[in-house]
Write a protein that binds this ligand. Structure first.
Ligand code: GDP
Length: 295
């Protein structure tokens, strides 16, 4: 992931390092290259514009610390801005202390990785001492409940399927089931479509009303590129959500979605998924990701 973006940025910084003192022209050229690299990585245009303007302003006005060369100063400024763009600090999963079970609801388009993310999250939280129950509320994709049941079996987490027809009822019953079986968490998988669709949104809103989730997480495919921004904005307006699980970051995602989502929606990335296995979900660290991108 981010390979092409990383290569491009490293080329730019390499050219700056070869120069010693930096003129305003040198900074302008570097900023133009960074702008092109970000646009080619499919970062949202408005995000790129703001980002490059902030970097440029700082490069032209900041004092270079004694311990840094002018080129290192530019790298530090870009690294700091990239960290801010990715969300500055880790955004933890917020669970209510005084409510059992807590409910986490996952939303997103079909194929985004929602069902596998539900299982991965269950696995991660089980490892932290929780006792999750998975609720199979994607009643539109026939194989989804079977897929969740298989994944639940692999990780030793129960899956509630109900009648497999009425998603809102399945969600509500799953919460009651969790109370009966002393599960402290219910993770609700919901239906997605290939495109935003009225019925899907209405159903997500109805599930939200019925089970009042403590956290709603939107699962986003990192390969999605520019259109991620539209999808996310639509979900933010209609269902609203607390944070993002960015999936498929192990692929050759160019990175545009991951770099755009925070600024476009104000919603933090909370987890990233780096593979298909149950243990491939990680808490997202903006600073580590920014360092990884800059190489
Ligand atoms: P859903 O329709 O949103 O529930 O999507 P699924 O959970 O069924 O995932 C769609 C496909 O993406 C499946 O083949 C998953 O194994 C795959 N997938 C999900 N997350 C990841 C990931 O982080 N990395 C990779 N490489 N594949 C993933």
């Amino acid at each position: 992931m981010f390979n092409s973006l990383s290569d491009r940025l490293q080329d730019t910084f390499g050219r700056l390092r070869g120069k010693g003192r930096l003129t305003e022209d040198d900074i302008n050229v570097a900023m133009r290259e960074i702008r092109m690299a970000l646009l080619e990585a499919d970062v949202n245009y408005r995000v790129v514009k703001g980002f490059v303007a902030r970097c440029k302003e700082k490069c032209l006005t900041s004092e270079v610390m004694d311990s840094l060369t002018p080129a290192q100063n530019v790298v530090k400024i870009v690294l700091d801005e990239l960290t801010v763009l990715l969300g500055s600090t880790d955004s933890k999963l917020t669970l209510a202390q005084n409510r059992t079970p807590n409910v986490i609801m996952l939303v997103g388009l079909q194929g985004s990785g929602k069902t596998t993310a539900a299982a991965k999250l269950a696995y991660l939280l089980k490892g932290q001492g929780h006792s999750p129950l998975l609720a199979a509320c994607d009643t539109h994709r026939p194989a989804a409940a079977d897929q969740l049941a298989t994944l639940g079996g692999e990780i030793g987490v129960s899956v509630y399927r109900g009648d497999g027809v009425d998603a809102v009822a399945v969600a509500s019953e799953a919460v009651r089931e969790a109370v009966d079986h002393l599960n402290d968490l219910v993770i609700v998988d919901t239906a997605g479509r290939l495109q935003i669709d009225e019925e899907m949104m209405n159903e997500a809103v109805a599930i939200k009303r019925a089970v009042r989730p403590d956290q709603i997480l939107m699962v986003l495919d990192a390969m999605g590129g520019q259109d991620i921004v539209n999808v996310v904005s639509e979900f933010a307006t209609r269902v609203d959500f607390d944070g993002v699980i960015m999936s498929k970051l192990d692929g050759d995602a160019r990175g545009g979605g991951a770099l755009s989502v925070r600024e476009v929606t104000g919603k933090p990335i909370k987890f990233v998924s780096m593979g298909e296995k149950p243990d491939s979900l990680e808490v997202f660290h903006p600073d580590r990701m920014a360092k990884r991108i800059l190489g």
